[in-house]
Ligand binder design. Structure first.
Ligand code: ATP
Length: 250
């Protein structure tokens, strides 16, 4: 379970995130969408504990990220937009290291090679991370996120550069994780993927939450029956006069 309340992040004079609140419940995939610069990555990095929020709180499985960092991060896995990997470890060593950090060497011993095989990385298991292609690095970042059985997954454009087989495998894994009760927050510009896989969608613009709901709810607030997510997205993010839509209204 992920709970974000009134999150604010300033970069100097720029307020990049301006009071964003949302919840990702167990067994739910929530899409975090928005135009370039809307603040999605900043939100993700605050939840991952990489950036310190200016204000607001993040609870992961009920643990406050600031007050109980260790307990909060134990249940969290993050795939960043640009994978930050240890280039001088081999692929297998890298996966093992991440499992070790989360005290889950048992999972690595039982399923490490199977996970590498699933993402076509087994033949590179003894190669240095520095020698992997861009897409292979992204797949390794995904494998590292999956090795410690986190129940809150944060995925920032996880499929960029990943080939169709890897993307297919990853989407299937996301469905399995959702069905086993994980909370998944997925940031993407691939609106057809978001429409197909997300149970709810959050649309951000200029650091604020413009709208949140199921596809049906988003269509209703836009008064666009039968519209695609792309059509709804373009309407909600059109300028000027973006306004927050209240989905609690009848
Ligand atoms: P994209 O879809 O392009 O990845 P995004 O929604 O993820 O965009 P962010 O990367 O969160 O957007 O950026 C939000 C705003 O904060 C932008 O105006 C960006 O220029 C600014 N910003 C991001 N990182 C920094 C930083 N380190 N220092 C100053 N400003 C930053």
């Amino acid at each position: 379970m992920l709970e974000v309340t009134q999150l604010v992040k300033d970069y100097g004079a720029l307020r990049a995130v301006d009071g964003v609140s949302f919840t990702v419940r167990p067994g739910e995939i929530v899409g975090l969408l928005g135009p370039n610069g809307a603040g999605k990555t900043t939100v993700m990095r605050c939840i991952a504990g990489i950036l310190r929020p200016t204000a607001g709180s993040v609870l992961i499985n009920g643990h406050d990220l600031r007050a109980e960092q260790r307990e909060a991060k134990r249940g969290l896995a993050f795939v960043p937009e640009v994978p930050a990997l240890y280039e001088l470890l081999t692929v297998r060593e890298h996966l093992r290291f991440i499992a070790m950090c989360f005290d889950r060497l048992d999972v690595f011993d039982a399923r490490g090679d199977e996970l590498l095989a699933r993402y076509d990385l087994l033949e590179k298991a003894d190669a240095f991370v520095a020698t992997l292609s861009k897409g292979m690095k992204q797949k390794l970042a995904v494998a590292c996120a999956l090795i410690h059985d986190a129940n809150v997954l944060l995925l920032d454009e996880p499929l960029i550069g990943v080939d169709p087989k890897g993307a297919h495998e990853f989407k299937a894994e996301l469905m399995r994780r959702r069905d086993s009760g994980c909370s998944v927050l997925l940031s993407t510009h691939l609106l057809d993927t978001a429409e197909r896989f997300c149970d709810r969608i959050i649309i951000m613009g200029r650091g604020r939450n413009l709208a949140e709901g199921t596809m049906e709810e988003l269509r209703r607030v836009c008064d666009m029956q039968g519209a695609t997510l792309e059509e709804v997205f373009l309407k909600l993010t059109e300028e000027p006069g973006e306004a927050a839509f209240d989905l609690s209204a009848p």
